[in-house]
Design a protein. Structure first.
Lengths: 253, 253
């Protein structure tokens, strides 16, 4: 999902009075760490991935090492591969009309591209989002592909789907975004949709739902939608099936 | 969520041509097991909990030991406690009007009550659902409470919420269900809603959405909804916030 740079931070701050930290203090049965890994952080991650956690600004302070190990290890790769497998299994059941209107919508950040190299030097989600430094990273255009997503992207193209890229990144970042996508191996997308000036201040749910509605009005059939944030996927209209990729680093409302 | 006994099994069978088994065969990068636990089964569980997996009939054959260990171990308890913590943190932000119309909707099976003792002698989800033997288990009325849910239930009552229990169980099972709820420590629910004859054949999403719509039409404000199936939570109208409890044992569309 795109950069959270353009969201009303004051609103997030108000909402996040129910933040991860508060949540931890409120836990009725606080699970204990075990020798088997960090039980609490693993449950926290599940609550994030299922959208139970609600809005949050930073990961729990005690989960930095857990998140670091997760995003650099086998589990992130495995979880991403299984989501790609779910997506492909569904895609194979679709009847492609072949008129160029059968589309799959992909988010970009933490969906097609990985910003783990950025977060690795910025606290793995434990620091409040800094749009200045993140925008500098975006301009470098060197985010690697998430390999399971790149493979899925190519398999979907092979099935006859058109690729629509729908990102929270700003229109001003179009060139850097295109450069990065090509650098990391993506090609031949049908459209790359970025936030225009009139989208600034909209939540991702509103902005992305509006764009999906426009696509449908233009005759596109959105079979699948892939994103690492629930705000990539929820709202009306939705894709026939939505696929939530893992992301324990940040939350976008 | 209630027993899947009353769902159109033939439909499920057709839909589940994209079943867990098919999915596994289609995985582009099949993760390998590691000494660190079963990486694939853990990713499969995440895909179920995030609703990525889509319809499925039985758990992957290779994940029986994984699921057995999960539901009997610390992780299920920890995951359940964190969901309860998420729910309570949100509930504390609600303004209770005090007119008896502020409600929280709970599913029953794998939400308030645990059927793990039944599944422990029925293959931990690896066997196709058997409504005859499950109905016998329901009539015994001895399912234990999920302890995190019981504590949450009482805390929500303490905050002034009214409890609405909305289950896929049939009206014919009302007495056994009430007996089981009281046996396991629940009390003072405002309403217990079960499937009536006219609901047989409806998916859980349709049946439960219709009941939520009726509740709203009667003036109830549904702040929260807790269920172990996405079909407990999705559909219109939805609660202000929905909370997905873990369940790797079975899927209800």
């Amino acid at each position: 999902m795109g950069t959270p740079a353009h969201f009303p931070l004051i609103l997030i701050l108000i909402i996040s009075s129910v933040s991860a930290q508060t949540l931890i203090q409120m836990l009725p049965h606080r699970p204990q760490r075990t020798g088997d890994g960090d039980l609490f952080c693993d449950s926290w991650r599940l609550s994030v991935e299922t959208n139970n956690a609600g809005p949050w600004m930073t990961i729990p302070a005690e989960c930095v090492a857990f998140v670091e190990e997760y995003v650099n290890g086998d589990r992130y790769a495995s979880d991403s591969a299984v989501v790609a497998g779910d997506s492909l299994a569904f895609a194979r059941t679709a009847r492609i009309a072949g008129d160029g209107r059968d589309v799959w919508v992909f988010d970009i950040d933490e969906t097609l591209l990985s910003n783990v190299p950025y977060y690795a030097v910025n606290g793995y989600g434990s620091e409040v989002f800094n749009d200045t430094s993140f925008d500098e990273w975006v301009l470098k255009a060197r985010a690697p592909a998430l390999s399971a997503s790149l493979q899925l992207y190519e398999e979907l193209q092979g099935l006859g789907f058109q690729m629509i890229l729908l990102t929270g990144r700003a229109e001003a970042q179009r060139n850097a975004t295109e450069e990065n996508l090509l650098f990391s191996g993506y090609h031949s997308w049908k459209r790359l949709i970025l936030r225009e000036a009139s989208d600034i201040g909209k939540t991702a749910v509103v902005y992305k739902s509006e764009r999906r509605a426009e696509l449908e009005a233009q005759g596109y059939r959105i079979y699948g939608s892939s994103g690492d944030q629930w705000s990539d996927l929820l709202g009306s209209p939705m894709a026939t099936r939505s696929f939530k990729l893992p992301n324990p680093l940040y939350h976008i409302p």
